[in-house]
Design a protein around this ligand. Structure first.
Ligand SMILES: NC(=O)c1ccc[n+]([C@@H]2O[C@H](COP(=O)([O-])OP(=O)(O)OC[C@H]3O[C@@H](n4cnc5c(N)ncnc54)[C@H](O)[C@@H]3O)[C@@H](O)[C@H]2O)c1
Length: 288
């Protein structure tokens, strides 16, 4: 694989918050994408979201001016990943779901196809055990929004091969991203730090120490965070955050990672953050 976009064909499995982000990033860099999800309704919604994100990226000047956006195809079948040069798994943060997708896709694609997991917290070597060829799996933790943030966390599992690391470097260069490589661990670097912070911020609100806007305001105004932890949580999706915290808690035993009651209550109420219009903040007012 080279850094020429015409050498790449990307399959993205999972068309939610991150699958649509990654698809928009790739298409905008001239790399064609086939997006796989589980229902026609979700795929139709994902197509609209990708078109919106592509326009946003263009307006913000985040795409190379000399590349024509590539084609997007959608599919309900992982069989349509067969022709890809890279498959990115971006399904729900449930270990069994991911293992099933990675196992299935790795048996469909040709040997030598780059296999990436966008997991937030599940150790890469745990997922590699489900793959037909463990050495072809690498973690790439794209940030949200993927087309705005150029840095990514690359997770090299103990079985990830040198050839896979070379291939992922070529893909990231093609997509204009810079990767910093870390070793395998639950949550890697970013989410071992970020997720307990968000959980603690939610617990401060729960305990009445300060309201949402004050917690975020202090971290933004005093510590220079671009976005406070609770606004960040709404962007991530509180359902995904709870799944990720559970992954961390189950694998580390660290009680700071056990999702606090306030987070669980918001998720039980269907308040997942931006994607449902309400989370710690109410986005419905902004839309009207
Ligand atoms: N949300 C973020 O900010 C963020 C950032 C970095 C990484 N991640 C990680 O990216 C992954 C996806 O997260 P998300 O926020 O996009 O979640 P999401 O809930 O928005 O989307 C997940 C998608 O996966 C689909 N899916 C589930 N099982 C499937 C299957 N078997 N085959 C095909 N599609 C399937 C769902 O229908 C859904 O559309 C997770 O591992 C998450 O931890 C999320």
């Amino acid at each position: 694989m080279s850094t020429d976009p015409s050498d790449h064909r990307l399959a993205v499995v999972g068309g939610g918050v991150m699958g649509t982000n990654i698809a928009a990033l790739a298409i905008g860099h001239g790399v064609p994408v086939v997006l796989v999800d589980v229902s026609e309704e979700l795929l139709a919604q994902a197509e609209e979201t990708i078109a919106f994100k592509l326009r946003h990226a263009q307006l913000m000047g985040r795409l190379p001016a000399d590349r024509t956006p590539a084609k997007l195809l959608t599919s309900l079948s992982t069989a349509d990943t067969a022709d890809a040069t890279t498959v990115i798994e971006a399904v729900t943060e449930i270990a069994d779901t991911k293992a099933e997708v990675i196992g299935e896709v790795s048996r469909i694609v040709r040997p030598g196809t780059l296999l990436i997991s966008n997991t937030s917290c599940i150790p890469i070597d745990e997922l590699a055990s489900a793959a037909a060829r463990a050495e072809e799996l690498v973690g790439v933790h794209f940030m949200n929004p993927a087309y705005m943030i150029t840095m990514v966390e690359v997770i090299r599992g103990p079985r990830t091969s040198d050839a896979t690391m070379t291939a992922v470097n070529h893909l990231l260069e093609t997509l204009g991203r810079t990767g910093l490589v870390v070793n395998d661990a639950p949550g890697f670097v970013i989410n071992q730090l970020l997720h307990p912070l968000i959980n603690s911020a939610a617990r401060l609100v729960q305990d009445g120490v300060a309201p949402v806007e004050v917690v975020d305001g202090l971290l933004e105004g005093c510590l220079g965070h671009a976005t406070g932890p609770l606004r960040t949580a709404d962007l991530i999706g509180l359902d995904n955050l709870v799944d990720s915290l559970n992954v961390l808690y189950e694998r580390t035993g660290d009680t700071a990672c056990r999702p606090c009651d306030h987070l669980l209550d918001l998720v039980d109420a269907g308040k997942f953050g931006r994607k449902t219009g309400e989370g710690f903040y109410d986005y419905r007012k902004l839309a009207s």
